[in-house]
Design a protein. Structure first.
Length: 230
């Protein structure tokens, strides 16, 4: 099975070039030029990852991502944006995005970002599966990393790939402080300012998911990093 990507970009020339280059990398890319069309296509066939431009006619990229996330909690969503304002990047993450790439971007960088998410989702361009073991008990929760599921006493929470990756890292370092830069390098690949803000958003998400059990504590170690314990 070849990895299938929904690519939403209203710039026809950029869309053609990006789609063509990703196809050469071995991906099956379906290109849409507006959000409404993309949502209709998403409802009609399965995809493994979404690349969404923020500035779209009609239904913009944020609204489209919200609609997709409501339908499918686990699918990786990468925003493509020419906006440099940090507020737009943080907004995209808060509504369920996993990552963002600022235009102009290189095809090499885009392909690497896609590969990371699909590899963690057990899909590659050639369709070869990867195995990601990892099931953990966290207080009253059961965390099933391969299936991106966090099961509590009263609620089962599906996780996005990046949420799962972050919780998986904490589980492997249970009771130990993880420095911010360590987390950023392990999950995002670099420790720049914007990724640091992204980390804070994902920490907030995990705390929300874990609040059902007060014995599970994702603690902020001021000026250092974070520690998961129970």
């Amino acid at each position: 099975m070849i990895a299938k990507i929904l690519y939403v970009e209203d710039d026809i020339n950029l869309g053609f070039v990006t789609k063509d280059n990703l196809a050469m990398q071995g991906y099956d890319v379906y290109h849409c030029e507006d959000g409404a069309e993309a949502l209709q296509v998403f409802d009609q066939q399965p995809f493994d990852l979404c690349l969404i431009d923020v500035m779209l006619p009609g239904l913009d990229g944020f609204a489209l991502a919200q609609a997709i996330r409501a339908r499918h909690h686990e699918i990786p969503i990468i925003f493509l944006t020419s906006k440099a304002q940090k507020e737009d990047r943080i907004r995209g993450l808060k509504i369920g995005g996993d990552d963002y790439i600022t235009k102009p971007f290189s095809i090499e960088e885009l392909a690497l970002r896609i590969e990371v998410f699909l590899r963690r989702s057990k899909i590659s361009p050639s369709g070869a599966p990867t195995i990601t073991p990892g099931r953990f008990s966290l207080g009253s929760y059961q965390f099933d990393y391969p299936n991106l599921s966090l099961i509590g006493q009263h609620h089962a929470q599906s996780l996005t790939q990046r949420e799962g990756d972050l919780l998986h890292l904490f589980c492997h370092n249970l009771g130990h402080i993880l420095r911010r830069e360590e987390i950023l390098l392990a999950i995002w690949g670099n420790d720049d300012y914007f990724n640091g803000r992204s980390l804070d958003v994902f920490i907030s998400r995990l705390r929300k998911y874990l609040k059902e059990d007060p014995t599970v504590n994702l603690e902020n170690i001021h000026g250092v990093g974070f520690k998961l314990s129970f």
